[in-house]
Design a protein around this ligand. Structure first.
Ligand SMILES: NC(=O)c1ccc[n+]([C@@H]2O[C@H](COP(=O)([O-])OP(=O)(O)OC[C@H]3O[C@@H](n4cnc5c(N)ncnc54)[C@H](OP(=O)(O)O)[C@@H]3O)[C@@H](O)[C@H]2O)c1
Length: 243
């Protein structure tokens, strides 16, 4: 039986935790079936599926190491076989490690490029091949407009993903819209307490940290706004405006 507000199926990468999980739960409430991708966090991913199914929404798990080009190339096809109405791709999975402009950090460079940039590239092109119509939203970072060098490989991938968002918006038009969300202080990085964000928030224009519901608000805006493509929403309390 097709539900009244049925909108299709969303593949959300990194859906087991944090922002990806919040987006998956939000989309389930919005009328999307969910293809929830995870890599290592199987237990958390199973909890997400249980929660979404409890709401009467179809949800399936898809494990994939996005660092593997071969496995990543099959992910959209696997999802499409189960959900032929796949029409939304959220590229949220990512790694975020410190790295310097040094040869000794080349492994980190390669890992960041594989997971944060090459994987969204592969998934987006496969999405276009299998889905023909729909939307793609890439999770970027408010720091894409700055040049801090503490996480150089990470920052390069997010700057490139922002450009890729615009290039894909042109390439995939008119039937697929491609947009980006650049979060600021939403959740503390692994191992850091919430107080870390409170401290940093003092330096940004709105002087407070964000929350995952701001990200899902932006997702909704992009999904609903049928005339937007190639846009990047800075979801960051104005952080991108200040050094
Ligand atoms: N948190 C923030 O405030 C913030 C700020 C700026 C930008 N962002 C961006 O917003 C997005 C979501 O942020 P987040 O903090 O929720 O992300 P996160 O917790 O750092 O990572 C999300 C997921 O990425 C998955 N992942 C990592 N390596 C992978 C691999 N090799 N293959 C497949 N999946 C892999 C992990 O899945 P498993 O756990 O299943 O292994 C992880 O749960 C990211 O793109 C991030 O760069 C977030």
């Amino acid at each position: 039986m097709v539900k009244k507000n049925f909108k299709g199926t969303a593949l959300v990468t990194g859906a087991a935790k944090r922002i990806g999980k919040a987006i998956a739960s939000f989309l389930a409430a919005e009328g999307y079936q969910i293809a929830a991708h995870y890599n290592h966090s199987e237990k958390d991913a199973q909890a997400v599926v249980k929660d979404i199914r409890k709401k009467g929404v179809a949800c399936e798990l898809f494990q994939c190491d996005l660092g593997s080009q071969e496995d990543t190339a099959l992910l959209v096809q696997r999802v499409h076989a189960k959900f032929p109405d796949l029409n939304l791709l959220i590229n949220s999975a990512s790694i975020f490690e410190k790295s310097k402009f040094k040869i000794r950090d080349l492994d980190l460079f390669n890992d960041h490029f594989a997971i944060n940039l090459k994987a969204p590239f592969i998934l987006s092109s496969e999405f276009r091949k299998f889905c023909k119509r729909g939307q793609i939203i890439n999770l970027l970072d408010t720091d894409i407009v700055k040049n801090q060098t503490t996480h150089i490989a990470y920052l390069l991938t997010k700057k490139s993903l922002a450009d890729m968002t615009k290039l894909a918006a042109i390439e995939f038009a008119p039937h697929i819209r491609v947009n980006g969300i650049a979060p600021g202080l939403i959740l503390p990085p692994a191992g850091k307490p919430t107080a870390y964000l409170d401290q940093r928030a003092k330096r940004i224009p709105l002087q407070r940290k964000g929350d995952v519901h701001y990200i899902t608000q932006s997702v909704k805006f992009l999904l609903d706004h049928d005339f937007l493509t190639g846009q990047i929403i800075f979801n960051d309390g104005g952080e991108h405006l200040v050094p």
